[in-house]
Ligand binder design. Structure first.
Ligand SMILES: Nc1ncnc2c1ncn2[C@@H]1O[C@H](COP(=O)(O)OP(=O)(O)OP(=O)(O)O)[C@@H](O)[C@H]1O
Ligand SMILES: [Mg+2]
Length: 236
């Protein structure tokens, strides 16, 4: 679905203060894959994402979305129809007149069919404890409430990811390069590497490792709270 070959991006290319934000990235994402891209501030995540819907074009290298090269001007709108994006700042994102419609728009953007929409919207509002605001106007919400509403799309995607655990992949960026890649349980348990990349280590994994060091038989690859609870219950 997405193929990236030797992609580099240099901001201010024609000026003195060049910034190499992406440095020869190779990456392939297949249809149905759920890939999380992580990395500390300035590691290149947003720059990479912007290449996926032609908001930026490569300085060198290529990126194809469903076999369409993003450099092909005639394909821009077709590519943008395929690549939905949720932005960091909730004020830039809210577009509908009610919270309910706004969430529906976000879910539609990630490919959820209308038939499923109503029940999904209700489920999502419950998760973020915003059921009472279903019919409210989004721009009247507080900053934190807006963020909760906009987080719904992310929560929803994460939920899907857990269901599709087989095709889960995490890619860690560092200074515009792929520093680490693998399944979540492989990536998030490499505590020393994660710390080197200035990334937080999941609390459950850190706890599992500490208990493991003290001789308690818990897999150091424990990532989910449920698994930790299950392992600990064996000791009661
Ligand atoms: N429009 C721009 N002009 C010049 N430099 C930029 C621009 N946007 C980003 N950069 C630089 O490119 C590098 C990568 O930035 P990018 O925004 O892709 O990082 P990020 O991983 O998304 O960070 P964050 O976690 O803070 O969102 C940084 O050094 C940043 O300062
Ligand atoms: Mg960013």
């Amino acid at each position: 679905m997405i193929k990236i070959k030797k992609l580099s991006h240099i901001y201010n290319y024609h000026k003195k203060d060049q910034i190499k934000a992406l440095d020869s990235i190779d990456l392939e994402i297949k249809n149905g894959d759920f890939v999380s891209i992580i990395g500390s501030n300035g590691s290149g995540k947003s720059t990479l994402a912007k290449h996926m819907n032609c908001l930026l074009l490569p300085t060198t290298g290529d990126i194809w979305v469903d076999k369409m090269n993003t450099k092909d001007k005639s394909k821009i709108w077709e590519i943008r129809r395929k690549v939905g994006m949720v932005f960091q700042n909730p004020d830039n994102q809210i577009i509908a007149t009610t919270v309910e419609d706004d969430i529906a728009f976000g879910l539609e953007n990630i490919g959820i069919k209308t038939k499923l929409m109503r029940e999904r919207v209700d489920w999502a509002l419950e998760v973020v404890e915003m059921e009472d605001y279903k019919k409210s106007e989004p721009h009247l919400l507080s900053g934190g409430q807006k963020q909760r509403v906009e987080n719904i799309t992310i929560i929803y995607i994460t939920h899907l990811m857990e269901e599709a655990a087989e095709s889960n992949r995490v890619i860690a960026l560092d200074k515009g390069k792929i520093a680490l890649t693998g399944k979540p349980e492989e990536v998030f348990t490499q505590i020393d590497v994660l710390k080197q990349l200035r990334l937080d280590v999941p609390q459950v994994t850190e706890l599992a490792l500490r208990l493991n060091k003290r001789g308690i038989d818990i897999s150091p690859h424990t990532l989910k709270v449920e698994d930790m609870v299950e392992s600990l219950c064996l000791y009661i």
